[in-house]
Design a protein around this ligand. Sequence first.
Ligand code: NAP
Length: 364
Amino acid sequence: MEKLKVGVIGATGMVGQNYIRLLNNHPWFEVVYVAASARSAGKTFKEAVAGRWLMEDTLPVQLENIIVEDATNVAAAKKHCDFVFSAVEIDKQAVKELEDAYASNGIPVVSNNSAHRHTSDVPMLIAEINDHHLEIIPSQQKRFNNDKGFVVVKPNCSLQSYMTPVYALIKAGYPIQDMIVTTMQAVSGAGYPGVSSLDMVDNVVPYIGGEEEKSEIEPLKILGDIRNGEFESYKGINISAHCNRVGVIDGHMACVSLKFSERKPEIEEIKEIWNDFTAIPQELDLPLAPKQPVIYMEETDRPQPRKDRNLDKAMAVTVGRLRECNVFDYRFVGLSHNTVRGAAGGGILNAELLKARGFLNRQV
Ligand code: NAP
């Protein structure tokens, strides 16, 4: 099979570098184009990331001398790319305009940015949960006035550590009424150089701008439905979130307390629901899909970021410490790798699903 030609917009950043690393030798996609800010444009990729390549794997040799383009040069991307991944750190309005410019020029955008998460015809996709939201793409394409370009986004990275386990319970017939979630989020979630070391070492920062609002609102779109060509939010669940930055390099963890709206399952049944849960990415055997998307760990002190974040290509969500709650019904701990499952890996899985569903095709 001939691979699709891919651009990474924001390739020099934390998420962009993870895209470059994870797409090296990908069976369906080949990186042929990289773009970033005007500061990096015109340099070779090797020069642009000199002194700030943060991956353990070395820079793929075939990309060392590729010239970094300016992210705003949509015409250049159009010549080279069948679609692009987008992970840029600029203000929201500028991201919207940039992603719209790609889509209206017929280039599909698989985005990690938050700008379009609440646009009424843009799917916010966790491939195991809401693949049916892709049905809205044709009506988005009408807005962009072409039948090729569109934008699909990923939700906030910290949601990944608990939304799939929560969805698995709802899908099994146990709707949830109230949820309190307290996250402990890795420093890599703030990009590079991120939070200063003097703020992070020997410390916890109990505030991440905008993160609590995202944790409380984004799940409602993900769990929602499409009505009359627009997303309708799920109304069944109240969420209260506390988001903290902790001195962990990779791996967002969440302590979650749940109250079910109707009947409540037994503890052993919940573990079985989680361990048995599979969805469309597993049925389609997508290349980056974890074999088991939710892994329950019986050890009393797991999951832990350093020990468990890399399970199943760093794409699995690990859960543990499921126990009764004195206030709600149950509590548990969830963990996922924020720059893989929560960012580049999740974006690649979304693109694999889009390709399997016929939304990504050869154009160049
Ligand atoms: P980052 O490490 O700060 O990288 C930012 C990227 O954006 C770089 O490639 C940078 O290029 C580029 N950029 C900056 N200003 C630009 C401009 N004016 N025009 C075009 N490109 C510009 O940030 P990151 O952590 O990778 O995050 C990127 C996006 O992904 C953000 O929207 C973030 O919220 C989201 N995200 C991050 C994570 C995570 O775990 N880190 C998870 C999920 C989502 P230069 O190198 O040329 O400056």
